[in-house]
Design a protein around this ligand. Structure first.
Ligand SMILES: Nc1ncnc2c1ncn2[C@@H]1O[C@H](COP(=O)(O)OP(=O)(O)OP(=O)(O)O)[C@@H](O)[C@H]1O
Ligand SMILES: O=P(O)(O)OC[C@H]1O[C@H](OP(=O)(O)OP(=O)(O)O)[C@H](O)[C@@H]1O
Ligand SMILES: [Mg+2]
Length: 304
């Protein structure tokens, strides 16, 4: 199939991801870990799915909500901030948003914050009355201001928002913050969080009515397996039966362990899938509580 002629047939799933930017590599890596592979096209905007009928469309992240709402793409990986900002423009006849967040993906974490000059003594949202607030998120900021009953002047900017107060364009800002370094470099401080964001898998609010439904379900099953195993490890050890209660207390993040009796009634061999980080400190605590021959193994795949 020529990449310029996108298929009209609905027996393939089409996923939009960011072409280049913070979310592009992690999004691709996550889909690849779900067993997807693609044939690269020369223009690198459309990648034909080889291992499964799941194609990739590489686009600007701002276009992803519209592509899903219009049915051009079936799913998309995009920041919750972008999805939420555009929600009010993507309404169906019944007044509901046409897409929804299917899964939070655990990368691209950031917050949408209000920030004010370091010199301000912050006393609360009423302080923003009559002020000019620069933002790339006018819909989210506008909705929040209405909720707070604060009338302020929203100054929409598409980027470099943090510099607006220094340029005299605005008094405060509302923008994405991760480390806080950009705010600090511009003598601003965060005072309120409007939204906690991360990359999400977005899809239509209603089910597919054709072969895509089964494909989407397969992808979600694999995705859930991958997300569940993030940071998960298989812990193997031996212990005396009477030490078990103390050991299990140290493993609150573990699935119920599999136990095997070895070497008489009192010695057990255990294996437990643990979802938290398995640090040296934890292993030392387990050893002190009676665990022997501790081994931590990576878990590659899981199908519940
Ligand atoms: N500082 C940050 N730290 C972590 N995640 C962030 C940060 N800034 C943005 N993000 C998340 O990454 C997403 C993509 O950010 P990026 O800067 O790559 O977007 P962009 O410049 O709008 O890209 P595009 O060219 O696709 O429009 C944001 O929408 C947000 O969800
Ligand atoms: O809190 P920090 O870790 O400093 O990150 C915050 C900055 O990151 C993003 O900008 P980005 O670097 O993507 O630039 P852009 O928005 O101009 O593309 C965001 O718009 C902030 O400016
Ligand atoms: Mg963008």
């Amino acid at each position: 199939m020529s990449p310029s002629a996108l298929p009209a047939a609905r027996d393939r799933l089409r996923i939009a991801i960011q072409k280049s930017g913070r979310l592009s590599e992690p999004a691709r890596a996550l889909l690849a870990s779900c067993g997807l592979s693609w044939r690269e096209s020369r223009d690198r905007l459309f990648c034909y799915g080889e291992s499964l009928p799941v194609d990739l469309l590489l686009v600007r992240d701002d276009d992803i909500p519209g592509l899903i709402a219009d049915g051009v793409c079936d799913l998309g990986i995009v920041g919750r901030n972008v999805l939420a900002e555009q929600g009010s423009q993507r309404i169906d006849d019944a007044g509901s948003v046409k897409y929804r967040e299917w899964r939070a993906l655990g990368f691209g974490a950031c917050r949408l914050d209000i920030a004010v000059p370091d010199s301000w003594e912050w006393s609360g949202s009423a302080q923003l009355r009559g002020k000019r607030i620069a933002t790339s998120y006018p819909a989210l900021l506008g909705a929040w201001l209405r909720e707070q009953d604060v009338v302020a002047d929203v100054v929409p900017l598409s980027g470099s928002v943090e510099i607006a107060p220094r340029l005299g364009q605005a008094d405060a800002i509302c923008d994405l913050v991760s480390s806080g370094a950009t705010l600090a470099a511009n003598q601003l401080k965060p005072v309120l969080t409007l939204l906690q964001s991360e990359a999400v898998l977005a899809g239509p609010a209603v089910p597919f009515v054709d072969a895509r439904e089964e494909l989407a379900a397969l992808l979600l099953r694999r995705l859930d397996g991958v997300l569940r195993l993030k940071d998960s490890k298989l812990l193997l050890f031996q212990a005396q039966r009477q030490t078990l209660p103390a050991l299990l207390k140290l493993l609150p993040d573990a699935e119920p362990p599999t136990m095997l009796q070895v070497d008489g009634a009192d010695t057990l061999a255990l294996q437990a899938l643990c979802h938290g980080a398995m640090t040296w400190q934890r292993l030392e605590d387990l050893k002190l509580a009676g665990a022997r021959g501790l081994m931590v193994l990576p878990v590659e795949r899981m199908l519940a």
